[in-house]
Ligand binder design. Sequence first.
Ligand code: IPE
Ligand code: IPE
Ligand code: MG
Length: 236
Amino acid sequence: MDKNLIIPNHIGIIMDGNGRWAQERGLVRTMGHKKAVGTLKDLCIHMADMGVKYCSLYAFSTENFKRDSSEVDFLMNLFITAFKKEFDFIKEKKVRVLFSGRREPLPEGVLKVMDQIVEETSQYKNLTLNICLNYGSHAEIVDTTKKICEMVQKGSISLEDITEDFIQSHLYQDLPPLDYVIRTSGELRLSNFMMYQASYAEFYFPSVYFPDFNCEEFDKAIAEYNKRNRRFGGVK
Ligand code: IPE
Ligand code: IPE
Ligand code: MG
């Protein structure tokens, strides 16, 4: 990889198209989710090696509970097995794992591995992986608003303390803003992903389904990012 390339500080990936990937091969949708785990592992290793600092991954939205319970159950079990199985590479690469989203109504087994992985990786300083699981921007804004209102009610802060930075640091995780949002599968929407954090992000919508979004596809995304001219409202 070209050493002069600018690596986005915080990348968001909306991992979409698993179901279609499987259906196009005559497989059940869940096989696409299974395949996606391998793709994700390769990508994480690649990002860690390349020096990406923060990556937020959209794994399951608050709206995904609308799906058939068999698919939801498959995904919950897949999260448990994947987090357990991939522990080794996460530790080897010194990846810090965080989660964003509501705990309710995630199953106990999922919460347990989530808590364990967060605790065991909390000291790592390489790539920070923020996994958005049972995540929705609307839910995040509601939950953050309630948290801040409680602080005001208790008198621990006053209204003047509520600044843009304050809100940013009281979201589910205190992370820098997104620089680049990649959504695979050709869909051109955010689907409730990190709206606050993505306000000045660049967007990239490759048509490949997530299971086929390999390191080569990722490098194409980074090359595209390097062609963008970010102005943040100014003139450049
Ligand atoms: C993304 O793939 C994974 C999750 C939402 C959990 P999809 O399951 O949405 O796959 P498509 O979009 O139906 O192909
Ligand atoms: C967004 O994909 C959520 C994840 C990738 C986890 P969806 O497949 O759920 O989004 P819509 O329904 O097409 O907008
Ligand atoms: Mg989808």
